[in-house]
Design a protein around this ligand. Structure first.
Ligand code: NAD
Length: 451
């Protein structure tokens, strides 16, 4: 069966792809299994060299990759270029990490005790449609650096950049079978990877709902899993913050990627004493976000990924108290304007992941109230704190139940620092040296030297 891949900004098909089934998935796992013994035996610095070559090839082909990503996801081209830049950085980083992730010797009686970092074997990597190439690289980099072979399953809607990356892997010189890409449905290819007895681990990024399925499916073979799931992060603005700076930044913490961002700070918590002033500043900043043609260099926000997703995002406005609704092109394309609503933390728009350009403004009374509201969610992925009081910033940062935080900034993701969630946003960490822990297992060996 073939499926059309569509440009969400034009609704026009840009490719037609054959969908793999269970048989093709099994064949990819078999190829990865056959390639594993030789790949784990490749000298660390040779593995590093291949990753470095891949990083260079991503740089050499960055414009093509950015164009693919922009057309397939509807990303503004400037943002897509930035994302491809990060992909190259990720491969450079893990090339440098290959020989710096090692075991220890531990003092014991009667002998020598040592630990080894062993690769897991074949790992299944399942990624979503919002940052297809970026998130694939966060998993591929550490998996390959540790000596695993991989089967990567891109999202149904956005398979194109993963296929191009697979070609670049071959061009870089990775042996055949080390990197495999299988295009198909989550409930077919993804589920088969999760249940396959020869897959040692699943690195999954996607919704919390599917994350639960992955965890259930992995139980049958006690498969290792890393789950990077949904979020409902808070942007906490105290009255003593630089309000102009906080308001200027806030739209980009939720409307980037049209709000289709697991780190979106879609709950903007504002100290009640400055709510009106902040709301005025926020409306002005939001009205300035440039929404339109992803091919234009100036565009900051493109369309949503699909018609059905647009419908789902729109449903969050039923009965909502709308503070601001921006402009968006009429169509074709799955457009949705930047939208701000007043809400309480009990409203649906504040409890569920909208995954679109809708932010809820929620007042709080004081520091304790801000912490209570921010933590009153099943999720725990990201967040920001805006204040000029350094001690308060750190107090609140320690109190928030979230894996990634920024103080006086929107920042969430950096190549060298750990990224991942608490609570129902998942577990395990990607990026940085922490990312290597999820793709290796510690083996302990005791060597008796006496008696
Ligand atoms: P999704 O959960 O629908 O799909 C993610 C991937 O899982 C896709 O490749 C899909 O084909 C596959 N899949 C679907 N059903 C499956 C099954 N039964 N078994 C195995 N695989 C299956 O998510 P999406 O709609 O593609 O992406 C949006 C979601 O991803 C949001 O919830 C977002 O917050 C989350 N996300 C999280 C992070 C993070 O790092 N925490 C980053 C990006 C996106």
């Amino acid at each position: 069966m073939t499926v059309a891949v569509v440009n969400p900004a034009t609704e026009e098909p840009i490719a037609e792809l054959e969908q793999a089934g269970v048989e093709e998935t099994d064949a990819a796992v078999a190829r990865a299994s056959r390639a594993f013994p030789a790949w784990r035996g490749v000298a660390p610095l040779d593995r590093a060299r291949l990753l470095r070559r891949l990083a260079s090839l991503v740089e050499d082909n960055s414009e093509e990759l950015a164009q693919i990503e922009s057309r397939n996801v509807g990303k503004p081209i400037a943002g897509a270029r930035g994302e491809v830049g990060m992909v190259a950085e990720v491969f450079h980083f893990y090339a440098g990490a290959v020989d710096k992730h090692h075991g220890q010797t531990i003092p014991v009686a009667g002998g020598v005790d040592m630990t080894f970092r062993e690769p897991l074997g074949v790992v299944g990597l399942i990624v979503p449609w919002n940052f297809p190439l970026n998130i694939a690289s966060w998993k591929l980099g550490p998996a390959l650096a540790c000596g695993n072979t991989v089967v990567l399953k891109p999202a149904e809607l956005t398979p194109l950049s993963a296929l191009r990356l697979a070609e670049l892997c071959l061009e870089a010189g990775f042996p055949e079978g080390v990197v495999n890409v299988v295009v198909g449905k989550g409930t077919v290819v993804g589920q088969r990877l999760v249940e396959h007895p020869d897959v040692a681990k699943i690195g999954f990024t996607g919704s919390t709902e599917v994350g639960r399925e992955v965890m259930r499916g992995a139980a049958g073979t006690i498969k290792r899993v890393t789950l990077e799931l949904g979020g409902k992060s808070a942007n906490v603005v105290f009255a003593d913050a630089d309000l102009e700076r906080a308001a200027a930044a806030a739209p980009y913490a939720v409307f980037d990627n049209a709000g289709q961002d697991c780190c979106a700070r879609s709950r903007i918590l504002v100290e009640a004493s400055v709510l009106d002033d902040f709301a005025d500043l926020l409306v002005k900043a939001t009205a300035a976000v440039k929404v339109g043609d992803p091919e234009s260099e100036a565009t900051e926000m493109g369309p949503l990924i699909s018609a059905s997703h647009r419908e789902s995002v729109g449903s969050f406005l039923d009965g909502a108290e709308v503070l601001f609704r921006g402009d968006a092109p009429d169509g074709p394309g799955y457009w949705f304007p930047c939208t701000l609503v007043h809400a309480s933390n009990d409203d649906r728009v504040a409890r569920e992941e909208v995954f679109g350009p809708v932010a809820a403004l929620i007042p709080f009374a004081d520091e304790a109230d801000a912490i209570r509201i921010a933590n009153d969610t099943p999720y725990g992925l990201s967040g920001s704190i805006w204040t000029r009081d350094g001690a308060r910033a750190l107090r609140v940062a320690r109190a928030l139940e979230t894996g990634v935080l920024a103080i006086n900034s929107n920042s969430s993701v950096r190549v060298s620092t750990p990224f991942g969630g608490m609570k129902q946003s998942g577990f395990g960490r990607e990026l940085g040296l922490h990312g290597l822990d999820g793709y290796s297992e510690v083996k302990n060996v005791y060597y008796a030297t006496e008696g």
